[in-house]
Design a protein around this ligand. Sequence first.
Ligand code: ATP
Ligand code: MG
Length: 273
Amino acid sequence: MLDRIQSFYGFTRMPFGRDLAAGMLHRHADHAQATARIAYGIDTRGITVITGEVGIGKTVAARAALDRVDRARHHLIYIPDPTVGARGVYHHIVTALGGKPTFHTAALIPQARNALAAEASERGRTPILLIDEAHIFDHNGLDAIRLLTNHELDTGAPFATVLLGQPDLAQKIRYGILAAFDQRITVRHHMTGMTADETAGYIRHHLSLAGRSDPLFGDDAIGLIHTNSRGKPRAVNNLCLAALLAARANDKTIVDEASARTAITETSDHATL
Ligand SMILES: Nc1ncnc2c1ncn2[C@@H]1O[C@H](COP(=O)(O)OP(=O)(O)OP(=O)(O)O)[C@@H](O)[C@H]1O
Ligand SMILES: [Mg+2]
């Protein structure tokens, strides 16, 4: 089916795919701000917290920021799945830095801290602890991060911490013992998605990457897609693909308002929207 869409519309590749290289990303303001803040947080070895709804572009912004970092002088420790819990995080850090995690949980915390400090002082590489989907952490998991980032005031952090998560992450961190961690956050950004103009630009950008620089999507269709996606890139991608399928099914050379409406009806019960 996708093959037939590709040839029918003369695409050189399928538009609205997920596999864009960092240099090909769309630079709407929200993306640019999140990326700049993550890069700044890494440069200053701070604690960065980026929140936003599902599919708003958090992971993509982190990828874009990492693309700017000198990899020879940094060591990325990426924890994509916080269901591993507190022990799992320490374990992951020690292993990623070439150590053998100790069996005793109490000893694992200083081991992880020392491994992070040694990477900076002995190898001259700043570790970047990037935790994706951090809202999944339970209290103990977040407390593990608090303990790790609880440096002595005068020495400064030997590593950068970046937390990405859905909006409730910000609330989770604010209370109880975690408030101490909240106060140490140096950079925060809540992602809000694209404006109507940016969504239109985003759609044109994807289409031109696929070899169609002319207006393939009508303005009405773009307007509907923006309203229903609320400017969230993943939802825009999904709606645009569904609209292309609907237009193709009716042999339409332009993705018109009716095609967008069909797409919205078809995808409205999908969790990704
Ligand atoms: N700046 C951008 N340029 C091009 N495409 C983008 C951009 N930002 C996001 N996208 C698209 O939107 C999709 C969702 O982005 P991303 O995975 O970063 O969202 P997320 O906020 O991490 O979502 P989740 O909460 O599900 O992890 C990406 O797979 C990509 O296709
Ligand atoms: Mg993500």
